[in-house]
Write a protein that binds this ligand. Structure first.
Ligand SMILES: [Zn+2]
Ligand SMILES: [Zn+2]
Length: 217
């Protein structure tokens, strides 16, 4: 038995996970998928927050009754642009939270290089989060997945601390049309119902068509 290599998880990998060459367990893949799916909503809240604070600051009034918001720098850091020529930092020499855009761009760059893919046509941070989610099944078989899980986890803890975005993921109680497992779930703000087992994504129409086929069979 091999254990999941994600940080803070020591769950033994199941047979189907090992057969798929996964190095992390399905629940960890699922958590990462939910974290990536939460990024678009988080960005809306963070950008809105940092803009409001900038406007407040620009008013140029002294003696404002509002206490300065302590997280402003954090917010700006987090939603700020990726430093150009960012070097991936596997040994954690950098201090502080790197901008969300930079973190996503680094992992996207790695996936593109290793899979020989062109840089995604759409490359806003929310697009890169979707891109990374779509390659998560493959990424879960790569040795660096624990580092990715770790970095994504700490990024989302920062985001949640500032934005207090609560994004729910709920299980969908029907089998996955592809792998037949009961591993479908839907996350708020995500247009797709996703299977944490086989990594497929389905629209409501596709799921309904599958259910109709099943009941006809
Ligand atoms: Zn795990
Ligand atoms: Zn599936």
């Amino acid at each position: 038995m091999t254990a999941c290599i994600a940080p803070h998880c020591s769950r033994d990998l199941r047979d189907h996970e090992e057969a798929a060459s996964q190095l992390i367990c399905d629940p960890c893949v699922h958590r990462m998928r939910a974290q990536l799916a939460a990024i678009p909503a988080a960005l809306i809240v963070l950008r809105d927050g940092s803009m409001q604070r900038e406007r407040t600051g620009d008013a140029g009034r002294t003696g404002t009754r509002e206490a300065p918001l302590p997280c402003r720098m954090d917010t700006l850091n987090l939603v700020g642009p990726a430093a150009s020529g960012t070097v991936h930092d596997p040994h954690g020499d950098q201090t502080g939270q790197r901008p969300l855009a930079g973190v996503l761009a680094d992992w996207t760059r790695l996936v593109c290089e290793e899979r020989h893919l062109p840089w995604p046509h759409r490359h806003r941070p929310e697009d890169l989060a979707g891109f990374l989610a779509s390659h998560l099944g493959w990424a879960s078989t790569q040795g660096w997945i624990s580092e990715f899980a770790d970095e994504l986890g700490s990024l989302m803890r920062q985001v949640r601390g500032i934005a207090r975005v609560e994004v729910r993921t709920r299980a969908i109680s029907r089998p996955c049309p592809r792998c037949q497992m009961m591993t479908l779930s839907r996350t708020d703000h995500d247009a797709y119902t996703r299977c944490s087992n086989c990594g497929t994504a389905w629209t409501v129409a596709e799921l309904n068509a599958d259910a109709a086929e099943r009941s006809a069979a």
